[in-house]
Design a protein around this ligand. Sequence first.
Ligand code: ATP
Ligand code: MG
Length: 415
Amino acid sequence: MRQSQLFTRTKRENPSDEEAKNSQLLIRGGYIYKEMAGVYALLPLGLRTFNKIVSIIREEMNAIGGQEIILTALQRPELWSKTDRWDGAGNIWFTTKLNSGADLGLGFTHEEPLTALTKEYISSYKDLPFSTYQFQTKFRNEARAKSGIMRTREFVMKDLYSFSKNKNEHDEFYEKVKQAYINIFNRAGIGHQTYLTSASGGLFSKFSHEFQTVTEAGEDTIYIDDNKKIAVNKEVYTDEVLDSLGLSRQSLIEKKAVEVGNIFTLGTRFSDALGLKYKNELGEDISVFMGSYGIGPARLMGTVVEVLSDDKGIVWPASIAPFAVHLIALGEDMVEAEKVYTELGNAGVEVLFDDRPGVMAGEKFADADLLGMPLRIVVSKRSLENGGAEIKKRNESESSIISLNEVIAHVQKSL
Ligand code: ATP
Ligand code: MG
């Protein structure tokens, strides 16, 4: 894509009303636009990264057999009354009314409608197990919205739900989701700082599990065992819990962290309340055993910015960068740069081409640092005199010269 055509622009100054580094950098880069506190639009660059995160998650969900659906944002209160969540969800619900006066809620999670829907299709033990997931917009009236895109009032969630015959079958699937989540956070570039964290459970399991990424920008406090690569959330940090996990206080370090995903054993809480049952081999009616598993792709995107950026700007991992290469043309004569742009495009490399005429080198370099593509390639009069193009990774300080006919091979090797 030609930067001259991109309708967004970078800004030099941090927005005055943003406290979080992720939203400051993303707004300055033209990745996102702030509609109001806790509500952001995704712009072309931001959407590219968001979609790449979604693709990684989708691949991992499909790999464990998840079937993709999309449920509705508009929700009938009746279902939620059956699980005591219409009033119980209190402050978090955005509610509205139909013209007729009937109440409606804007979905903040989807256990109830999915459990009710599933009743239409499940009758026998032969119909189980299975799992479904969606990328769907949630609305939550969050009290604090100071963490940029890591905590917003409207956000897409990937929510996966599993339906099993019994706890054993559920436990097996739960372990598969754990591994899928580890894969997702590794692929998104934050695996090295993300810990499988025991957190409070419910009636059906002692713990739930959160995936917590260590960053000062996080709102949670966790206690990490770096050898075992696991952690405990402050909310369950007691001697009894540590004993049960084989952890000791001496080997734990306290850290701030952000919950990038979480997995939860629901058991029969929703299937009991809403009557989701199957007949076993003996013809008896048994409540389906459920689990739910969430990830916020935008929270993940914000977390990557928090964890990997430096004082010049964003540093995207290649897997989720909007473009692999930021190609910069300097000077009036752009013939060679145009050729490199065409060749990279033909080789299937995603390139942001800074072809803006009359913009000074310093400004183009500052933009490249702010925007954070993994590789920067400069074609200028000077680079051509030196033998070709200057190439450098975003997180390197020195560039090197490569000849123009080596560019593609070099890019493919570096990514
Ligand atoms: P938190 O404890 O951070 O408020 P939660 O436990 O309420 O989150 P879930 O309801 O389990 O979160 O949501 C699943 C996932 O959705 C979270 O792990 C997170 O990645 C994402 N998420 C939750 N709330 C938000 C939000 N307000 N903005 C963006 N992403 C969110
Ligand atoms: Mg949580």
